[in-house]
Design a protein around this ligand. Structure first.
Ligand code: HEM
Length: 395
């Protein structure tokens, strides 16, 4: 029997890329779940249903054998569920705790941030994405694995190839083949460092996983595959939260001034950015068996996009949700890092990098404002951020 996918949302991929929030608001006041024909997927726009689906990993899974993420990286923590997912993730969890991240990463992240700012702060203007936000996460993640910072250029090339492969919905063979080459080059780098720490252990995340004393420790291929998702997960997401926070502060100059006077409010500004303009707007799930959620019937094989960005602006959960208000009482309920078993592994590192970034930037560029020649523009449906961010300040 053909499946009548209703209700439908009459929108386009282009409209969602440009500004999805009015579409989400319309869904929240009518049917919060709807089918988008052009995307061939369901969108879920309210907090309660997004939460229910993300917690239900029996019926809604992250990876299928023909999903692009599985095709590119194989199995790892973001394409597995249940015991296998826990086996992968548990090996890395301790190293990402708030205390460990502060101890292992705070000094290096601060030093890299200062070094990047020194390159341009005297000019009085820059394009922040290329000059700062895209670089800090790559340098940080290399430090986390105790790999030389000179690998930055290689990582950037590989990363850009992975990104193309993960949105290669038309399945172009050349994009797929290039990503496979990059994955093998990346694995070769990780394997070299696995050998290094095997003979000379250090205090890095990699050394800890290689010297795991448990019986079912990860083998080298499993370490490489999970390392790819850790690297992949921690680069453009952190770039985006830094840019989105700067965008918010330029849009709300009173909040910029308040933060400059009270730098200890940086964590609140970052949490509110993760809510107000979530860098990762969606968590994609694949339906395992026919299942009803509210009024909607999903069929096995359907794709469901849980819109974290929409849930973060659900007026049933957040008061005055369209305003950027650092310090709002329930901000930590935001779903910027998702929730449930796949909750972001790197959230504490992301928070450290992003708060370091806004503190340092406001310290050195106190009256930061948009350049008159380059209006700020935000784009993106699954990942959302300014395409470029030209800002100016008094030197
Ligand atoms: C502000 C920056 C970040 C944001 C907004 C973000 C967001 C997310 C979200 C929404 C998920 C869940 C995806 C899903 O359920 O489909 C996720 C998972 C993940 N993130 Fe992050 N992330 C950020 C930074 C990082 C960093 C710095 C790392 C590592 C260094 C990282 C590593 C991961 C990994 C490995 C997963 C998969 C966890 C699992 O499957 O159990 N992320 N992230």
């Amino acid at each position: 029997m053909p499946h009548d996918r209703t209700p439908r949302i009459e929108t386009t991929a282009e409209a969602l890329e440009r500004d999805p929030y009015p579409i989400f608001r319309a869904m929240q006041s009518g049917s919060p779940i709807g089918w988008v024909e052009e995307l061939n997927m369901w969108l879920v726009a309210d907090y309660a249903n997004v939460e229910a689906i993300l917690r239900n990993t029996q019926d809604f899974v992250t990876g299928t054998p023909d999903s692009l993420i599985f095709d590119t990286f194989g199995d790892h923590m973001l394409t597995t569920e249940g015991a296998q997912h826990e086996r992968f993730k548990s090996r890395f969890r301790a190293a990402f705790s708030p205390a460990r991240i502060r101890a292992s990463m705070a000094p290096g992240t601060a030093a890299c941030s200062r070094m990047l700012l020194d390159n341009f702060v005297n000019f009085g203007h820059t394009e922040f994405r290329a000059a700062y936000a895209s670089r800090l996460p790559v340098l940080s993640i290399l430090m986390l694995f105790n790999m030389p910072l000179e690998e930055e250029k290689n990582l950037r090339t590989w990363y850009d190839g992975f990104e193309k492969a993960l949105s290669n919905f038309a399945r172009h063979q050349d994009i797929r083949a290039r990503a496979r080459t990059y994955v093998s080059e990346f694995h070769a780098l990780v394997r070299r460092h696995i050998e290094r720490v095997r003979t000379t252990p250090d205090d890095s995340l990699l050394s800890e996983v290689v010297h795991d004393p448990s019986e079912d420790r990860l083998d080298d291929t499993e370490i490489c595959r999970n390392a790819s998702i850790i690297f992949f997960g921690g680069i453009s997401t952190v770039e985006a939260v830094i840019l989105n926070c700067l965008y918010a502060l330029c849009t709300y100059p009173d909040e910029r001034d308040r933060l400059r006077r009270n730098p200890d409010m940086a964590p609140q500004a970052i949490e509110e950015t993760l809510r107000w303009l979530a860098p990762v707007q969606s968590a994609t799930r694949h339906v395992v068996r026919d299942i009803r959620v509210g009024e909607t019937v999903f069929r096995a094989g359907d794709t469901v996009n849980c819109m974290l960005g929409a849930a973060n602006r659900d007026p049933r959960v957040f008061e005055d949700p369209d305003s950027f208000r650092p310090g709002r009482a329930n901000v930590r309920k935001h779903l910027g890092f998702a929730l449930g078993p796949h909750f972001c592994l790197g959230s504490n590192l992301a928070r450290l990098e992003a708060t370091t970034a806004v503190r340092h930037i406001l310290e050195r560029c106190p009256d930061l404002h948009p350049s008159a020649d380059h209006p700020m523009e935000i784009r993106g449906f699954e990942f959302r951020q300014p395409t470029a961010l030209h800002l100016e300040w008094q030197t």
